[in-house]
Design a protein around this ligand. Structure first.
Ligand code: HEC
Length: 409
């Protein structure tokens, strides 16, 4: 009796182990490690360079933080997909068109290392390699990426309710300058990066009572901000004129994130430290009115602008029109030379940064800028929403061009 029960116990245990094994999902921890790429050593650096400005606490993708092994490991497969399909980072300039100082695309090498880490079993690596202080500092935020500005303009506080979708605010910020000033750079620092989705800033025309009620075409564009974009900084000797008693119109876009939150964003101005030899301005180029038939999946729109004085292009920003599937901006000079300035594809988000050229692009008098956009007005366009597809009247700015002209004094 005793003997037989003595044998039954190990059998029961064996059976139990078998049952547990059957119902336990295949554990990733036991995947063989076939890579030398470690999360705490290489991968966290790649995420820091490309992803964490959105995917960390207090930022716009705080719901998918990727700041530690524990947070990022469950997303490994999704990361591979997003990166291979080039949906992340979510900016759309196609590599190989335009030469920029910052391309907003993950580099080939970073992409390869990420894939190697994921396919090789996604190992964690040594605790001591993890850059704890830097990641903490990033989460704290509040640091001007291009350095402390000379003057900071603070917007009034804005409260956003938990269930708010997109909310926009327009504020007029007086600079208080008695004389004209020249600025060589500007940047926005969100007070609450978890809800600030983007911003545009303009100089108000002098004498208007309420610049916020003017159409944007009457305002003088100064710049824009979206998550993870770099601050506007012009080359030495290049600056933008700020008239005396300037007023800046700041348009902020918020996105409710499930909790009531408030924001106080700040705009920072860097005044020119050297004598200005080139004056910078931004113009927007608008498409002529067009009718786009219902269900047209690939309707072409072309806008052109002739340069009437010798200029240099400093930056280009294709505008995030939601129905556009691609926008190409090209330059042709009177001597027959030319180049594509930028090509963007896929507009998943209204985050379209200005792309700064590596060095100013010559645009002699008589050069022609051509913008070709393809618009999808068909059922296959997810941004059109529910309901029947209708014919569409289209007239909208397609891109902003920041250019410089020699100062004559
Ligand atoms: C400018 C902000 C921003 C940056 C930078 C960014 N992301 Fe994202 N990410 C988003 C947003 C917004 C979404 C939500 C996607 C959607 O709504 O379609 C997202 C979604 C994701 C998802 C989830 C996709 C899913 O399956 O739901 C992953 C994974 C991801 N990002 C990885 C990355 C990686 C890796 C990087 C860096 C190479 C990166 N992201 C850089 C904003 C960003």
């Amino acid at each position: 009796m005793n003997k037989s029960s003595g044998r039954a116990v190990p059998l029961l245990i064996l059976l139990l182990i078998g049952v547990i094994a059957m119902f336990t999902p295949i554990s990733t921890a036991h995947e063989p490690i076939t890579t030398k790429v470690m999360f705490n050593r290489e991968v966290i650096r790649i995420l820091q360079r490309n992803c964490l400005e959105c995917h960390s606490p207090g930022r716009i993708k705080a719901d998918i933080p990727l700041t530690s092994y524990r947070e990022a490991r469950p997303w490994a497969k999704a990361i591979k997909e997003e990166v291979l399909e080039r949906r992340m980072m979510p900016f759309q300039a196609v590599r190989g068109y335009g030469r920029f100082s910052h391309s907003y695309a993950i580099s080939q090498r970073d992409q390869e290392l990420l894939i190697s880490w994921i396919e090789g079993g996604a190992p964690k690596g040594e605790e001591s390699d993890y850059p704890r202080e830097e990641i903490r500092a990033l989460a704290r935020g509040g640091v001007w990426p291009a350095g402390e500005p000379d003057q900071v303009l603070e917007a009034p506080a804005v409260n956003v309710t938990a269930d708010a979708g997109m909310v926009t605010r327009c504020e007029v910020l007086p600079v208080g300058n008695q004389e004209e000033r020249w600025i060589e750079g500007l940047d926005l620092l969100p007070g609450n990066g978890a809800i600030v989705d983007g911003a545009n800033y303009f100089i108000a025309p002098s004498g208007t009572r309420s610049p916020c009620s003017l159409p944007e075409s009457r305002l003088n564009p100064l710049g824009s901000w979206s998550p993870a974009t770099v601050a506007a900084r012009y080359p030495e000797g290049y600056a933008r004129r700020l008239p005396a008693n300037a007023r800046i119109v700041l348009k902020l876009r918020y996105r409710g994130n499930g909790e009531a939150a408030s924001d106080r964003s700040r705009l920072g101005l860097h005044f020119a430290s050297t004598k200005t030899s080139r004056s910078v301005e931004t113009v927007s180029i608008t498409a002529p009115p067009a009718t786009i038939p219902a269900a047209a999946a690939s309707h072409r729109i072309v806008a052109t602008k002739t340069i009437t004085e010798d200029r240099e292009a400093l930056a280009i920003r294709p505008l995030p029109y939601p129905y556009a599937t691609s926008v190409e901006v090209s330059l042709s000079r009177p001597d027959g030379s030319g180049e594509v300035l930028v090509l963007t594809r896929g507009y998943r988000f209204p985050w379209q940064p200005a792309y700064y050229f590596k060095s100013p692009v010559e645009m002699p008098r008589g050069s022609v800028i051509t913008i070709t956009a393809y618009i999808d007005n068909s059922e296959s366009n997810p941004t059109l929403g529910e309901g029947p597809i209708r014919q569409m009247r289209f007239t909208a700015p397609l891109c902003e061009l920041t250019m410089a002209v020699a100062v004559t004094r």
